[in-house]
Design a protein around this ligand. Structure first.
Ligand code: NAD
Ligand code: MG
Length: 390
């Protein structure tokens, strides 16, 4: 039996992971499930899967979790430290599906115990790519991509040599507002930004898809995971979300990964790697699809992509600053304090202020320095939003 842990089990990726595991429950020994405020979901899944421990991120919900698990034999715990400890429990395979930089420390803990880390949490590589890859190397742990574009690239590279790769193209649906006139974007509401045309995902990544901040993070994730020069990574708008990524080789060949927009494919690939097993995803009928469309992203519409290129050129701890500023700008947008287009302006201003703090961005990439940068960038975003309001 394979020992598995799911971090962020109650979210969209977590639930899709549980769906796959439940279909073959006898093959898995579930060590830990972690979640947030949805105690009922967390407890029900921990009971059904016979987990050793369930952990909520909210310390004040520990009693609720204990009550919900009464008589089940599943241990209950709460708080960020308890999540890290759960991730450090021996497991063969750990799904990293917490949203945001909160996923970084538990992911590192899983790598330190030598687990294979299936990485949905792209923020991990954006904030601390070099540290994460180095931790995996030192502990003989493996990192497998779960983001659909990165899983697609990873699959297109099987049997290939990175030296023969000329470019990597990641596709973007363009999100909820891809066909809106630019003037209208300023007034886009949270509800409008939370409806994705093709994918069913958590609210935060859905809004990030509309603003293209999701693709901005993925540009950095591509650079970190595959070690390719940023100027050889392209973003292509593809409204159907059926081609997830393409790899261009030196002989001119372009290998595309095509499939239905269902995250259980990428999750299942990482779960069964290096084998391929049957997965419950729709089979595409291309004759019925008929057409696939592609277009270049519009720079005026998507400033997030320009910012990501700046972050890549700058290096150091700028990825951690970028992600944290984006997370806070998104919090402020969701809370109704800033508009949709203000998010990129806030992030850009925070990056300029972080750059001006001497030595900060060039400090060594340790977990402490990454978390400190994250903290300062969040405070910086709060300052910028407060200044704009006042
Ligand atoms: P979600 O919001 O649906 O779920 C997030 C999970 O993290 C929940 O279990 C929640 O309880 C937990 N969580 C939230 N804040 C936490 C905190 N501070 N500490 C500990 N746990 C916390 O998100 P999602 O859509 O499943 O996305 C999860 C990750 O996977 C994100 O990094 C996202 O970018 C990435 N991803 C998601 C998809 C998708 O289809 N949903 C696709 C590619 C990548
Ligand atoms: Mg993606």
């Amino acid at each position: 039996m394979r020992k598995v842990t799911i971090l962020g089990a109650t979210g969209s990726i977590g639930q899709n992971t549980i769906d796959l595991i439940r279909r073959d429950a006898g093959a898995y020994d579930v060590v830990a499930l972690t979640g947030g405020a949805n105690i009922a979901r967390l407890a029900a899944d921990a009971r059904a899967l016979g987990a050793d421990i369930a952990v909520t991120a909210h310390e004040d919900r520990l009693d609720d979790l204990r009550d919900a698990l009464a008589g089940s034999g599943v241990e209950a715990a709460a708080g960020a430290k308890a999540i890290r400890e759960a991730a450090a429990r021996p497991a063969d395979w750990v799904m990293s599906a917490i949203v945001g930089a909160a996923g970084l420390a538990p992911g590192l803990a899983a790598l330190e115990q030598g687990a294979t880390l299936a990485l949905a949490n792209k923020e991990t590589l954006v904030c601390a790519g070099a540290l994460v890859l180095d931790t995996a190397r030192r502990h003989g742990a493996r990192l497998l991509p779960v983001d659909s574009e990165h899983s697609a690239v990873f699959q297109a590279l099987v049997g290939e040599d990175m030296d023969s790769v000329e470019r990597i193209i990641i596709t973007a649906s363009g999100g909820a507002f891809r066909d809106w006139p630019l003037e209208r974007l300023r007034h886009a509401t949270v509800a409008e930004a939370s409806a994705h045309p093709n994918w069913d995902m958590g609210q935060r990544i859905t809004i990030d898809s509309a603003s293209m901040f999701n693709k901005a993070l993925e540009l950095i994730e591509t650079r970190e995971y595959f070690g390719i020069d940023p100027d050889r990574i392209e973003v292509l708008v593809h409204p159907e979300s059926l081609v997830h990524a393409l790899v261009g080789f030196r002989d001119g060949a372009l290998m595309a990964h095509v499939g239905a927009p269902d995250m259980r494919h990428a999750i299942g690939y990482a779960l069964h790697w290096p084998e391929r097993r049957d997965l419950p995803v729709a089979r595409l009928d291309l004759a019925q699809v008929g057409q696939l469309n592609f277009r270049a992203p519009d720079d005026a519409r998507y400033p997030a992509l320009r910012l990501a290129r700046q972050v890549l050129a700058r290096g150091g701890l700028m990825g951690a600053a970028f992600n944290a500023a984006k997370e806070r700008a998104l919090d402020h947008f969701i809370a109704g304090r800033i508009g949709f287009l203000d998010m990129a302006e806030v992030v850009e201003e925070v990056l300029a202020r972080m750059e001006a703090r001497s030595g900060l961005i060039d400090a060594a990439m340790t977990l402490d320095n990454v978390l400190e940068t994250d903290h300062l960038a969040r405070a910086g975003a709060d300052d910028v939003v407060a200044e704009r309001a006042g």
